[in-house]
Design a protein around this ligand. Structure first.
Ligand code: SF4
Length: 389
């Protein structure tokens, strides 16, 4: 498996596959061919269909530091491809064929972005369990053994997560003209009475910031960033947990996200929202079970439930904005993550789980492949259609 560091990326919202991914491809191109004065960019698949709502065109202009870009859209493509050609006057440079793979990960046929390094020998959670048993090792020690610099990276991620919530809790007013969506995080926070209320407010703060194109941390994507961000902020701000402990929680969560990325997908445009919010819910559930001193069985069970009860969740963002149903959904699923963790602990000595985490990941992948393309971040079906009625 690849590094957990790749799962937690820092970049601009509102969508890791539609802003961070394209931003990276454009930046690499500009670094290789710095003297271009205009460009042609072809966007395919979901990148073409929801480019406007997801801020893709603006982020590419920003990365290339250029307004003279002719965009071409290929709605028929089944991949989220981004081909880029630069020009210096009449001179045409090489065309790069890029792909946005979800969570900000990219590949470029003509350039090595360094996203392919396999850091872990284990490729699924059963492999990890086997390693832990054979080496009499705990989960966190195992993760830092493979990624000694992980904590440093996670501290930077926490910093961004906290700033995001702080800013989001202060802002008010209209967030999106087309949807007539007004920010509500500040009001939610002012009336928050208990842990659930606070988690909801923090999740809204993160997601509203994300929708406005703020600087964010993927967890594991930006569409689903509110879940782990709210959890981290709550535990730090309200429960005064140490940064060290929060890093360990993010590392544990990251392992489960990584297993899903390796064996299925974390991209809504490939697997539907079960792959984004479902993955974030599973990651948060595992982290909470770890925080509550759950053993390996409880942590796996919590993560498994997080995915299992999201199976089939579709991605149909209204008008292509990462707002409806995304923001509300993040708030719902941070609460579900607590339910998963609490249930997994309650089941100790009462019942064993019959579905392993690896099995449910396979089922999620299968379900994602069965989902209609209209329900995979294209805004061609589902809630998107109802909005126009
Ligand atoms: S519906 Fe889910 S997968 Fe789709 S954009 Fe929103 S958060 Fe992401």
């Amino acid at each position: 498996m690849k590094a957990i560091k790749q799962l937690y990326r820092i970049g601009y919202g509102p969508s890791s596959s539609h802003t961070i991914g394209p931003y990276r491809i454009a930046q690499y191109y500009k670094k290789e061919y710095p003297d271009c004065d205009h460009y042609r960019v072809l966007l395919g698949g979901s990148l073409a269909l929801t480019a406007k709502g997801h801020g893709t065109l603006d982020i590419i202009k920003r990365a290339l530091d250029c307004d003279d870009i002719s965009f071409v859209f290929n709605n028929e493509s089944i991949e989220n491809n981004m081909d880029i050609t630069g020009y210096h006057g009449m001179e045409e440079k090489i065309t790069w064929h890029g792909l946005s793979l979800g969570g900000g990960s990219v590949s470029i046929a003509e350039y090595n972005v360094g996203d392919d390094d396999e850091v872990y020998k284990e490729n699924c959670f059963d492999d990890v369990k086997k390693y832990l048993a054979e080496h009499d090792c705990d989960l966190v020690t195992y993760l830092y053994h493979y990624e000694p610099d992980l904590k440093k990276h996670l501290l930077e991620c926490l910093d961004v997560m906290f700033q995001t919530v702080e800013i989001g809790l202060q802002r008010e007013g209209l967030l999106n003209e087309s949807l007539k969506y007004h920010r509500i995080a500040k009001k939610l926070n002012e009336t928050a009475k208990d842990m659930n209320d606070k988690l909801i407010a923090y999740s809204y703060a993160a997601c509203e910031e994300n929708a406005s194109g703020g600087l964010m941390c993927t967890a594991p994507t930006l569409g689903a960033c509110g879940i782990l961000t709210a959890l981290m902020y709550y535990l730090y701000h309200d429960e005064k947990q140490s940064l060290d402990h929060l890093c360990d929680m993010l590392a544990v969560a990251g392992l489960f996200g990584n297993c899903i990325k390796q064996n299925a997908t974390i991209a809504g445009s490939i697997g539907g929202c079960q792959a984004e919010v479902g993955t974030a819910c599973a990651m948060a559930a595992a982290a909470i079970a770890y925080h509550l001193n759950g053993d390996l069985r409880a942590i796996e069970y919590a993560a498994e439930m997080g995915i299992e009860h999201c199976l089939g969740l579709t991605c149909d963002p209204v008008l292509g904005y990462v707002i409806i149903p995304c923001i509300e959904r993040n708030a719902m699923y941070i609460l579900r993550a607590f339910d998963c963790a609490n249930l997994s602990l309650k089941f100790k000595n009462i019942k064993e789980n019959v579905i392993s985490f690896d099995s449910v990941v396979n089922v999620m992948n299968y379900t994602g492949n069965k989902l209609a393309v209209e329900l995979k971040e294209t805004s061609l079906g589902g809630l998107s259609l109802e909005y126009h009625k």
